[in-house]
Design a protein around this ligand. Structure first.
Ligand SMILES: NC(=O)c1ccc[n+]([C@@H]2O[C@H](COP(=O)([O-])OP(=O)(O)OC[C@H]3O[C@@H](n4cnc5c(N)ncnc54)[C@H](OP(=O)(O)O)[C@@H]3O)[C@@H](O)[C@H]2O)c1
Length: 318
């Protein structure tokens, strides 16, 4: 099978495809034949080592000093190809999707994962491409809007950067909660922002729209606390999805300033699946490339201007 590997911290050319034997599932594991996997902003940051100011040291301590020692690929959708001993919760041929997490390994034609790990049956309402696109922006938007900012029905939300992976999930989830949504996006993405449910759409290059907002979700951190404070209602909250170390420290002292990373455990995954079943979230699939174009997919992902989620496809599902 083909599997991806990072050769160094660097440009998209540092992700390469190699041949490897198809792994054998051990006891309690399942073998997945991967049909589709996202190439996320996180994948691009792991490969390049380019992270917000002050976080580089932590990242290199976690994933490798001289090169990323983790495997490429955070999430996957595919079908169960074989069962290890003692697995009773999945069947061969079943559609499944899940996360390999930051240690990676989803950019491969086959992978193994514990059957009681971060893997769930893929609902019939989602294609493999949608399954691949499902978790990255969805888990982030759900946790920050629902658990951290406690967005409520009737509140007014600004999603700055509303049509990428996190933004497109945030607009949908906020509309499902019953908030009204103003969005910023490049002009080419204005129709998508409206289709997602934003009622007011402007170009972020013209500055943020007029407040007050109960919640601002700033995807790229381009507004920041100083820019957001005058736009917030008295109890308004700012969520900075992309924050540097200084902003993370400042947010620890300010309950209305929210930063950090989101959880990607099974309860969070299950909640997102339930939200989908209730009509509150369906991932947007943007560019789709064949797996052999993984380098090109990384180049697009690190532009931070893709609509929705970028997906690579490993094989045509039968
Ligand atoms: N804190 C966490 O746990 C967490 C979790 C997930 C992601 N992230 C971070 O969140 C960021 C976004 O991830 P993503 O997957 O949503 O990326 P993405 O799919 O590439 O989307 C980026 C979005 O930002 C918009 N944008 C680009 N430059 C902008 C600017 N200067 N001002 C306002 N908007 C701008 C883009 O709009 P146009 O395309 O219309 O130009 C697009 O909507 C990344 O930095 C990622 O590392 C953090």
């Amino acid at each position: 099978m083909k599997i991806a590997r990072y050769t160094a911290y660097g440009g998209p050319e540092t992700v390469v495809l190699e041949d490897a034997p198809i792994p054998t599932p051990g006891p309690g594991e399942i073998l997945i034949r991967v049909h589709a996997a996202p190439v996320t902003a996180g994948d691009a940051r792991m490969r390049s080592g380019k992270v917000p100011r002050g976080l580089g040291l932590m990242v290199r301590l976690a994933i490798g000093w001289s090169r990323p020692k983790v495997a490429p690929g955070w999430a996957f959708a595919g079908e169960v190809a074989a069962l290890g001993a003692d697995v009773t919760t999945f069947q061969e041929g079943q559609r499944a999707f899940g996360l390999k997490g930051f240690k990676g390994g989803a950019h491969a034609e086959y992978l193994t994962i514990r059957a009681d790990g971060s893997v769930l049956p893929l609902p019939d309402t989602l294609s493999y491409e949608q399954g691949a696109a499902f978790f990255f922006g969805g888990l982030t938007a759900a946790e920050f809007l629902i658990d951290r900012a406690k967005l409520a029905a009737g509140e007014r939300l600004l999603v700055a950067g509303a049509t990428g992976s996190v933004g497109s999930a945030a607009v949908q989830i906020a509309r499902h909660i019953g908030a009204t949504v103003a969005a910023t996006a490049s002009p080419a993405n204005h129709p998508l922002a409206r289709q997602l449910g934003a009622t007011e759409v402007t170009d972020y290059r013209a500055g943020p729209p007029k407040g007050p907002f109960d919640v601002i979700l700033d995807v790229m951190g381009s507004i920041g606390w100083k820019g957001a404070a005058p736009l917030l209602s008295p109890r308004g909250r700012l969520i900075l999805i992309t924050a540097d170390l200084g902003e993370m420290l400042a947010s620890a002292l300010n309950r209305r300033f929210i930063t950090g990373t989101n959880k990607d455990d099974l309860p969070a995954m299950r909640r997102l699946v339930e939200l989908h079943a209730k009509g509150g979230y369906t991932p947007i699939v943007g560019p789709v490339l064949p797996f052999v174009q993984l380098s090109e997919a990384h180049r697009i992902a690190e532009s931070f201007h893709k609509p929705g989620n970028l997906v690579v496809t490993m094989s045509d599902p039968a």
